[in-house]
Design a protein around this ligand. Structure first.
Ligand SMILES: [Zn+2]
Ligand SMILES: [Zn+2]
Length: 346
């Protein structure tokens, strides 16, 4: 075991503070990663505050991890010391079920092992990226291409793959009209990726406050959802609406913006159940769907895609002592567009 520095929430809703945690010894197929940067995802806050149900404390959040390999186990074949690598939302899965074999480890029937707030196969709790080092099986580690800066790459490990995977699955591309609902951490990546895939991209945001940014990131159109005219004008328009919003939504209203056979895909998750009039999907044979991150192979594909198109995330780099303040700012949608912790400051 190795003792390393970390930032942890000691209990639900308690502020995060500096502490130390134990990392397991480097096993046969493990890599020891010296973490350089860790993104702050909205789901870190949901979990640290038990918004999504009972959680494990102390909690070291962080599933947008970018760093450098510091040591490899004897059986490691994918990586060597010095490689630039990333770890996203999962660090293990059963590896045997149909989903795992298909490269969809995030949908493992036995449940994937989360990077934090989970229990690993060794029975020990997992701790995330707000920490100087992490030990991860190479099979759940991805390579960060040379063209991407590590700090701007970190948020791709959750925000990037969470939006890339559904956009690919629902065929966002040339000739398709895609709406991105919400212009936060996930939304800004979704705009970049959908544009790079060749789709006609519309941002639907509460206000026009971030319109200039949206257009710069690649959006073709930008509408405010606070304006009732938007719903009149865009009725029946979109092939796909990707919702990155984690606040409750009037789903019936948004489903009316889909064309026939269109899909409304949720990647944001409100803390409370939502209601829906089923006529909203019956008329127009519409799909109401969800999507969770992406598999390891697809995560690598996404990183290569972003490097090829020359973009990472738009970030605000912070020191570890600013984490609690950053949480408040995320909740107030006051970040453009992802906080990234400089792990050297832990
Ligand atoms: Zn996340
Ligand atoms: Zn499985």
């Amino acid at each position: 075991m190795t003792t390393v520095a970390a930032y942890a929430a000691p209990a639900a809703k308690a502020p995060l503070e500096r502490t130390t945690i134990e990392r397991r010894p480097v096993g046969e197929h493990d890599v020891l990663i010296e973490i350089k940067f860790a993104g702050i995802c909205h789901s870190d806050i949901h979990q640290a505050r038990e918004g999504w149900g009972e959680a494990i404390f102390p909690m070291v959040p962080g599933h947008e991890i970018a760093g450098v390999v510091a040591e490899v186990g004897p059986g490691v074949t994918k990586f060597t010391v010095g490689d630039r690598v990333g770890v996203g939302c999962m660090v293990d899965s059963c590896r045997e079920c149909d989903q795992c074999r298909a490269g969809l480890e995030q949908y493992c029937v036995k449940g994937m092992t989360g990077t934090y707030n989970a229990v690993g196969k060794d029975g020990e709790p997992t701790y995330g990226g707000y920490s100087t080092h992490i030990v991860v099986d190479e099979a759940y580690t991805v390579r960060i291409p040379e063209g991407l800066a590590l700090d701007e790459a970190a948020p791709l490990l959750c925000a990037g793959i969470t939006t890339y995977s559904p956009l690919k699955h629902w065929n966002a591309g040339p000739g398709k009209k895609v709406a991105i609902l919400g212009m936060g951490g996930l939304g800004h990546m979704a705009v970049r990726i959908a544009h790079a895939l060749g789709a006609e991209v519309t941002v639907l945001s509460q206000s026009l406050r971030k319109k200039d940014d949206g257009l710069k990131l690649g959006a073709d159109h930008y509408y405010a959802t606070s304006d009732p005219e938007t719903f009149e004008e865009l009725r029946g328009t979109f092939d796909v609406i990707l919702s990155t919003v984690s606040a409750p939504l009037d789903l019936d209203r948004f489903l009316s913006l889909l064309r026939a056979d269109g899909a409304f895909v949720n990647v944001g998750a409100p803390e409370e159940p939502v209601s829906l009039n089923l006529f909203s999907v019956i008329g127009g044979r519409k799909t109401l769907a969800g999507s969770s991150i992406g598999g390891i192979r697809e995560t690598q594909e996404m990183l290569d895609f972003c490097a090829e198109h020359g973009f990472g995330a738009e970030i605000e780099l912070i020191s570890a002592s600013e984490i609690n303040e950053a949480y408040e700012r995320v909740l107030a949608s006051d970040v453009r567009y992802r906080f990234v912790i400089d792990v050297a400051t832990i």
